[in-house]
Design a protein around this ligand. Structure first.
Ligand SMILES: N[C@@H](CCC(=O)N[C@@H](CS)C(=O)NCC(=O)O)C(=O)O
Length: 381
């Protein structure tokens, strides 16, 4: 493959969900890369200035442009580095993979954070790791940083994301079911949509690698119940496009059914409820899925944007593919929740086109506040 001049710098945290996804993708595409785990102060002073968010992963191009958000970044890199494509040419198949990537990105987030921060062994190990790496500060004892982090993660991602005694079993079932469905696919093939990795593989890699295969509690479960998934995350993390002679499947297999059914019953209804709450300017909302009510969920503008992008992608399909996709979505109950309430605009990205970042000049006060209390994860700044 023809190498592009210059290195792309990938800023990441080694323990982070979306960082793992981006790193594995860029490794697979053989993009010339330098990897950096920025200290928190660098995040507050440089990455935040340049990207408008205190989040990783972000990429700095050799030309000095800053990119953010794995889904649009991957689509941008697919154009720039067309060898070893991860999306099939067939628009019907490409749409289904985009939907499943979005499901994997967003719907597995809650169980991944729950297993990391609700279980004592996991929370202690991970908070210590954070406090010794990108969160370390010279005077403040590590144990204090770790304690503060555990409180913050619990407040934001456990209590703040609807994980309670009533919802806990449902949250855990998302992980356990996905392990089973992935294992069923990997019984007969090395990657999720054939013999070479697709966008769907990288979507599932985010949670499955950096959280579930590594954090103490879920990794025991994965190794015991789903060794094929454990092998697949190692295989995907090492995969290089130039070394794999594979292909995608010819049709959407029946084994995608359980994921699509879960999109129809749970993920897409949640996305719709989030979008409707956003439209009404609510701060929080309840969402009932599969008989379980998640209460006081934060409204997440980014996920309004995710829904908008899926609706746009569907509407942009050629007529023939639209019919094919509609048949598949109807079969699994996805069409109604995807479109009910219509297209609700997120109004994000008015001043930028993803993956390019808006330029911001946050005040010193704002930076200090972020340094002390962290990013409000559901907000865009
Ligand atoms: N949609 C974004 C999500 C990025 C994201 O949420 N990153 C997490 C780490 S996996 C983060 O930086 N969170 C910052 C925080 O919790 O304050 C993507 O795909 O890149």
């Amino acid at each position: 493959m023809e190498k592009k001049e210059g290195l792309y710098t990938l800023y990441l945290y080694h323990i982070s969900y979306f960082s793992g996804k981006m790193e594995a993708y860029l490794h697979y595409k053989e993009v010339p890369l330098k990897i950096e785990e920025p200290h928190w102060l660098k995040m507050a002073w440089e990455v935040y200035n340049e990207t408008g968010l205190m989040k990783v992963p972000v990429v700095k191009t050799p030309e000095g442009e800053w990119l953010q958000d794995t889904t649009p970044m991957i689509l941008w890199f697919e154009e720039k580095f067309p060898d070893y494509p991860i999306l099939p040419e067939n628009p019907t198949h490409a749409f289904i993979l985009k939907l499943l990537e979005d499901y994997a990105d967003e719907w597995l987030w809650r169980p991944a954070l729950h297993y990391r921060w609700s279980f004592k062994e996991d929370a202690m190990a991970l908070s210590q790791r954070f406090s010794e790496t990108f969160l370390r500060f010279p005077v403040i004892p590590n144990a204090l940083i770790a304690w503060n982090l555990r409180l913050r993660q619990n407040r934001v991602y456990i209590k703040g994301d609807g994980v309670t005694k009533e919802t806990k079993d449902h949250v855990e079932s998302i992980y356990l079911n996905n392990l089973k469905w992935l294992s069923d696919i990997l019984e007969t093939q090395p990657f999720l949509f054939g013999t070479s990795p697709s966008l769907m593989d990288f979507g599932f890699y985010a949670s499955m690698k950096k959280h579930f295969s590594k954090d103490p509690t879920p990794s025991k479960i994965m190794k015991e119940k789903a060794p094929k998934v454990f092998d697949w995350v190692q295989r995907l993390g090492q995969a290089k496009g130039g070394e794999i002679e594979g292909s995608f499947m010819e049709t959407i297999p029946e084994s995608f059914g359980p994921f699509l059914k879960d999109c129809g019953e749970a993920y897409l209804p949640y996305l719709r409820d989030n979008a409707l709450a956003y439209k009404s300017d609510f701060k929080s909302f309840h969402s009932k899925v599969q008989g379980v009510t998640y209460k006081n969920l934060s409204v997440y503008p980014y996920r309004v944007w995710c829904r908008e992008k899926l609706q746009e992608a569907f509407n942009a399909l050629p007529e023939k593919n639209k019919d094919e996709v509609e048949d598949i979505l109807n079969k699994y109950g996805c069409m109604t929740p995807l479109f009910s309430g219509g297209i609700i605009p997120s109004n994000l990205h008015k001043s930028n086109t993803p993956p390019f970042c808006p330029k911001k000049s946050p005040s010193l006060y704002k930076k200090l506040k972020l340094a002390l209390f962290g990013t409000a994860w559901e907000k865009e700044d």
